[in-house]
Ligand binder design. Structure first.
Ligand SMILES: NC(=O)c1ccc[n+]([C@@H]2O[C@H](COP(=O)([O-])OP(=O)(O)OC[C@H]3O[C@@H](n4cnc5c(N)ncnc54)[C@H](O)[C@@H]3O)[C@@H](O)[C@H]2O)c1
Length: 260
């Protein structure tokens, strides 16, 4: 039987990259999925692809850092499907700059999307999960939830913070049947990474090839990028877990870049 039969999942930032792949994977496993992203047309286009392939998906416009927009998107999900079992908090951006050149506004924007977004979507979903059959919350962290890199102060700070939030959700949610876990990917070739290759090359004064091989993939065991499929498989593993044995955990999916 499909692993997520009967479940409803909302995935933020699912019009692109990792979130889009997770939505596909969950739909393949029988979940009805809600693609939440900034712009309605791109969210609806990603949902339409799943529907054309025989799955069930709907798109909602949602800026995860806007409380009213988050609550409206969750309300739409409940109206459309009547239940909510899985949240994947995935929406994110990257800004690469050294701390001494980082405008305060950009620091706040990063924390708003990554941390406020995780909090607001968690809070809105928990209300329904507590009243329903419990649920699973999966945060898309990063190797940068465990490790630092040059030029990424707000990203590293926010991604470390997700692990703290996850652990509290795991403790508070347990008696309601809600589990929370973090997936921590290494570098994945999505628009988010493609954009930062030239930016890092410029900031570090090296070529784009050197950024890929000497910065991004240097510590991996095989010099390979992690794939969206690798990350979706880990997200499915947590989404389909049946007991509280797996809660408050973080799983690194990085071709061995970071080992613990
Ligand atoms: N690509 C990587 O190497 C990598 C590695 C580790 C972690 N991650 C994390 O994975 C997640 C997804 O990244 P990706 O690589 O797929 O990037 P991506 O740029 O392909 O997709 C991110 C999506 O998030 C959406 N988004 C941005 N701000 C939003 C907001 N305020 N509200 C709602 N949606 C918003 C974008 O529109 C986009 O569709 C991010 O949290 C990122 O930090 C990525």
């Amino acid at each position: 039987m499909a692993q997520l039969e009967g479940k409803v999942a909302i995935i933020t930032g699912a019009a692109s990259g990792i979130g889009k792949e997770i939505a596909w994977r969950f739909a393949t496993e029988g979940a009805r999925v809600v693609i939440a992203d900034l712009q309605s047309p791109s969210a609806e286009a990603a949902a339409a692809e799943i529907n054309r392939a025989g799955g069930t998906a709907t798109g909602v416009a949602m800026d995860v850092s806007d409380e009213a927009a988050v609550n409206a998107g969750i309300a739409t999900t409940m109206e459309r499907f009547g239940r909510l079992d899985i949240l994947v908090s995935n929406a994110g951006i990257q800004i690469v700059k050294p701390i001494d050149e980082l405008p305060f506004a950009e620091w706040k924007k990063m924390l708003a999307i990554h941390l406020d977004g995780a909090f607001l979507t968690t809070k809105a979903c928990l209300r329904h999960m507590y009243q329903g059959a419990g649920g699973a919350i999966i945060y898309i962290g990063s190797v940068h939830s465990k490790e630092a890199s040059l030029l990424k102060a707000p990203y590293v700070t926010a991604k470390h913070g997700l692990i703290g939030l996850c652990k509290v959700v795991a403790k508070e949610g347990a008696k309601h049947g809600v589990r929370a876990n973090v997936v921590c990917p290494g570098y994945v070739r999505t628009p988010l990474v493609d954009k930062q290759i030239p930016e890092q090359a410029k900031a570090l004064g090296i070529s784009e090839e050197e950024v890929i091989h000497n910065v991004m993939l240097r510590e991996t065991v095989d010099g390979e990028f992690t794939t969206t499929g690798d990350v979706a498989a880990a997200a499915l593993f947590f989404a389909a877990a049946q007991t509280n044995a797996l809660t408050g955990q973080s799983l690194i999916v990085s071709h061995g870049w970071f080992m613990e």
